[in-house]
Design a protein around this ligand. Sequence first.
Ligand SMILES: [Fe+2]
Length: 309
Amino acid sequence: MALHRLLGMEIGVPDPATLDDFYQEIGLTGSGGQWGPDDQPGQIQLVEAPYRQLRRMRVACEGEADIDRAARNLDELGIKYETGDGQLRCTDPINAWEVVLEPTEVSDVSTQPVRVVNRPGDRPRTGARAEIILEEKPRPPRRLGHIVTGTPDPVGTLPIYEALGFRVSDTVLGMVFFLRCSPDHHNFLITPGEVPYLNHYALEHDDFDAVAKAASIYLREHGEDKHIAGPGRHQIGGNQFWYLQDPSGTFFEFFADMDRIEDDEAWEIGTDWDPVNSWSVWGEAQQPEVFFRPTDMDAIAAGWKDRQG
Ligand SMILES: [Fe+2]
């Protein structure tokens, strides 16, 4: 029994309508603040809020035993939660967003045809142009894969998520924690931040062709100032990435080919990653500074302080 999937997130922004247009543009389906890939409807929910923020994260567990275990663990930490309708709901006492555990059937997204690729000594695509050249519409994102947050207290935040059933995949400097609630290398990250904030969210694509095509289309339409980082391939998690900025100011990532961990006991947690040189195998050597302090951080910090009274 375990957590097995990131089901979705709710984000709050001052003007949700701009994100409705955006999610439609990048190929998600939905309307009126509820968006997702075709077979994952409503994975992203939007509400109006005074500043951009993560409001809720929904996580799938296998059953009642997972809920009971999380409840016992939270009791031990003295953290409040509610149960009802078979779910557990816990407001993170440090960061104020809510985490919901929901018993859900184990499943993955549907598979799409693998693109036929030529490589030295193995050249199955003959007499045909590459599929990405011929496709009428770019392949849409397949699912929400991970959420990255900043918090003023990463070390204090970690035990909350371990209590809920998340597992640590890798850590950097003892204050960046890559956590998973599925076999994905990471579904949720805790990183240092001035106040709690949504650093980025990541949408999985079928392959790198899809990542690069979707990112290029977005940049051609909206201009290079929406480019944040990439393309590249992370050492930690292995995912190929391209980071962009959505109309609300939040960074989003198109990614493909992330590491997968099925045997929790056999996985060795990396704790000695070089913080400067573990950003990308190729492309930019280092993580751009803007990740650590987004340009709207002052507005987020002011909003957070107002909310705390
Ligand atoms: Fe990411």
